[in-house]
Design a protein around this ligand. Structure first.
Ligand code: AMP
Length: 231
């Protein structure tokens, strides 16, 4: 692949509170990425009250990770998600045990990850930011009361539903989620930093939202803020 071709398949890493999900949404809107979000798939299963949702609910509320097997199940249940020539993985892989699951999906479906992007923010800054996060209970859109506020008060721009704090954004749970990230996901980031040096990029997540977005776009070889065409 030539170095100036935009990345098609991307994995984004960032601790809870790094802005990763909001950044992924903007990248999806601006550049046509299909988002693959295991957290959102699990929350949809909880809303539907199905078997996966029942297994995931209390773990998510406590800030713990669900098992690698359950993650493989939710991903396998949604094969249409992968029918896109631009995928952005947001929240997977999250443990070293999930690294081979991504390899397996990539070889079964036939794609290659061309960028691993790590948004780097300190745990203290991440905690400060997370207190502003809100989500729409109906459609799952995410907002931030400072960085990405809804147009009207605390209501969703898409469907007007009252925005909520996620159950796992409770202050005590936030601390647990930071610890889980350090213990389970930092080793995954370090794995790719070390083993895929040419495809790995780290971005300073301590800048403003728009600056971080631009830095990620540059890391992916995308023109800022434009819907770049697939080549
Ligand atoms: P997220 O929306 O990505 O922050 O995910 C919310 C919660 O879903 C996490 O705190 C975990 O409990 C669970 N979860 C999401 N993705 C994964 C994953 N890849 N592995 C294990 N648990 C996950």
């Amino acid at each position: 692949m030539s170095s100036d071709r935009p990345s098609r398949h991307v994995v984004m890493f960032g601790r809870p509170g790094s802005g990763k999900s909001s950044l992924a949404e903007r990248l999806g809107d601006a550049h046509g990425f299909r988002l693959v979000r295991t957290g959102e798939m699990l929350r949809a299963a909880i809303r539907a009250g199905d078997a996966i949702g029942r297994q995931a609910e209390s773990l998510i509320a406590q800030g713990r990770l669900v098992s690698d097997e359950l993650i493989y199940q939710v991903l396998s249940n949604e094969p249409t998600v992968f029918q896109s020539d631009r995928l952005l993985f947001d929240g997977f892989p999250r443990t070293l045990g999930q690294v081979p699951l991504l390899d397996r999906l990539a070889s079964e479906i036939g794609f290659t990850i061309d960028r691993y992007v790590s948004i780097e923010v300190s745990a203290e800054e991440a905690l400060r930011r997370m207190t502003g996060r809100r989500v729409c209970p109906q459609c799952g859109a995410t907002y931030h009361m400072v960085n990405r506020p809804p147009k009207r008060d605390e209501t969703c721009d898409m469907d007007g539903a009252d925005l909520r704090r996620r159950a796992d954004d409770d202050p005590e749970v936030l601390q647990i989620r930071q610890r889980v990230f350090d213990e389970e996901t930092v080793p995954v980031v370090e794995h790719y930093r070390k083993n895929t040096v040419d495809r790995f990029r780290s971005v300073d997540g301590g800048q403003s939202f728009e600056q971080v977005l631009k830095a990620i776009e540059a890391a992916l070889g995308l023109e800022p803020g434009t819907a770049s065409k697939l080549m």
